[in-house]
Design a protein around this ligand. Structure first.
Ligand code: TYD
Length: 212
């Protein structure tokens, strides 16, 4: 977590098809309607070069180390050009996936060493960590059947996605206070978005900035 900058970084995590991107969009709309200074971005992506790296990552089969280094390269660009300046401006940054996805996918599901991935995450973010991580938890069997944009990760089998989910749960266990876990079977995206915004306001009320 960055203590110096006034902004708030909120990451949204979950397995494929869990509905986290829809949830994030709803939170963005609600925060805008309430006049908060808010931006939305995503990983891999969020800057011109990082979006180029994204298309390579989603289309090309590669060695797991090449894969993780490309995710981290995209992250270093995105953090430097988008997240850091927004934190300095005092914005709320909603980010669709961030460092915990690398722990869940590349460390826990692909089998790369957890400790090394944590070090790479730290390097690529210059030590910036999310203030809050919203985890939309869903049974991978169900979420996979809902996934809409097939990429090579979605083509991985159920066992891979079960490991991804357990990877998120392991990351959460290392820092439970940072995480807000929601389940989407029980509530609509609108209901969950209201829960997220309420949580943000309660937890960070002294830091949130309004437009104008
Ligand atoms: P995307 O189409 O955005 O998937 P989703 O809608 O599920 O977020 O593709 C991003 C893919 O990249 C997704 O399959 C998860 C994967 N990923 C990693 O494996 N490691 C990472 O560090 C990140 C950020 C994403």
């Amino acid at each position: 977590m960055s203590k110096k900058e006034p902004g708030i970084l909120v990451s949204f995590e979950g397995t494929e098809g869990s509905g986290k991107s829809t949830l994030m969009k709803r939170v963005y709309q609600l925060a805008q309607e309430a006049s908060y200074r808010v931006i939305q971005t995503r990983e891999p992506g969020g800057s011109t070069l990082a979006e180029k790296i994204r298309s390579i990552l989603l289309e090309t089969t590669m060695n797991p180390w090449t894969e993780v280094l490309l995710y981290e390269a995209a992250r270093a660009e995105h953090t430097n050009l988008c997240i850091k300046p927004a934190l300095e401006r005092g914005d709320i940054i909603l980010c669709d996936r961030f460092t915990d996805s690398t722990l869940a996918y590349q460390a826990h599901a692909r089998g790369l060493p957890w400790k090394d991935i944590k070090t790479l995450n730290k390097m690529a973010t210059f030590g910036i960590r999310p203030h809050l991580t919203v985890f939309l938890d869903m049974d991978p069997k169900m979420s996979l059947s809902r996934a809409q944009n097939p990429n090579r990760f979605e083509a991985e089998g159920l066992e891979f996605h079960k490991r991804v989910r357990l990877g998120f749960i392991k990351a959460r266990s290392e820092n439970p206070k940072r995480w807000l876990t929601l389940r989407n079977q029980k509530s609509t995206p609108e209901e969950n978005a209201a829960v997220v915004l309420k949580h943000l306001i309660q937890r960070f009320k002294n830091r949130l900035k309004l437009n104008g």
